[in-house]
Design a protein around this ligand. Structure first.
Ligand code: PEP
Length: 257
């Protein structure tokens, strides 16, 4: 098994204006100044309109906090009003981009084909995709969470070559646990994250599967993160609501301290 550096990423969703973003990241930087970022990677995913402010801070202060976007266009340029492209995010030095978040799938009709095109757009522009997958409550109640989630993994990675796939981050986010306070048990998280790793081994190789980081997301907080992170196939967390509170996010990042 390869050592995988956990990735703790805060998805701010449509929250925090650019002044609030600056104050928030400064607070994180101060509170995490002693942190070994080689042992735990920390990233924030602000709204597009905050990216430049965050970039300025991170560049200027040589902070080790990484940042990325919550979505990108499948196209690199053209007549796509309102969209933000991979080259634009690359210019802002985004390290990551979330793709196929359940809110994008639910409110913007993003299906496997669209997610796959966006994964390819991210890689084409040197940005690491965080591919979000996970089942809704009805699927969970029917016991089909593994099959459902693996179909999303297959779809998102269709025709993605191994040299790209080995750097992807996959976030398993059961939809019923997002923003609901209803966290999956560590065993629930491990069941699906383990199945995702096995699928990567089938699609590519065990060596590749051992390199890929698989996050859990869904009502992660400082009080539940350690038990989830103790699972062998969970390599980080995608954190929504709790990431908006800098003190709480710092506690989550410090789950090992
Ligand atoms: C998310 O938005 O990806 C998420 C996991 O949200 P929350 O932590 O609020 O459930």
């Amino acid at each position: 098994m390869t050592d995988r550096t956990p990735l703790m990423a805060g998805n701010w969703k449509m929250n925090l204006n650019h002044l609030e973003a600056i104050a928030h990241v400064q607070k994180l930087a101060f509170a995490l100044a002693d942190k070994d970022f080689d042992a735990v990677e920390v990233a924030v995913l602000p709204p597009f309109t905050d990216l430049r402010s965050v970039q300025t801070l991170v560049d200027g202060d040589k902070l080790k906090i990484k940042y990325g976007a919550q979505d990108l266009s499948a196209h690199d340029s053209g007549a796509y009003t309102g969209e933000i492209s991979g080259p634009m995010l690359a210019k802002l030095k985004c390290a990551y981009v979330a793709i196929g978040h359940s809110e994008r799938r639910q409110y913007h009709g993003e299906n496997e084909e669209i997610c796959n095109a966006k994964v390819k757009a991210a890689f084409r522009n040197g940005i690491t995709p965080i591919l979000c997958v996970g089942e809704g409550l009805d699927v969970r109640k029917a016991g089909n969470q593994v099959a459902h989630t693996l179909a999303q993994v297959d779809g998102g990675l269709a025709d993605v070559p191994a040299e790209q796939a080995e750097t992807i981050v996959i976030a398993y986010e059961p939809v019923w646990a997002i923003g609901t306070g209803e966290v999956a048990t560590p065993e629930d998280a491990q069941e699906v994250c383990g199945a995702i790793r096995d699928r990567l081994a089938e699609l590519y190789s065990q060596e590749l599967a051992d390199k890929v980081r698989i996050q859990y997301g869904g009502s992660v907080k400082s009080g539940n993160v350690a038990a989830i992170m103790a699972q062998p196939d969970v390599d980080g967390a995608l954190i929504g609501g709790a990431a908006l509170d800098a003190d709480e996010f710092v506690k989550i990042v410090r789950f090992r301290d």
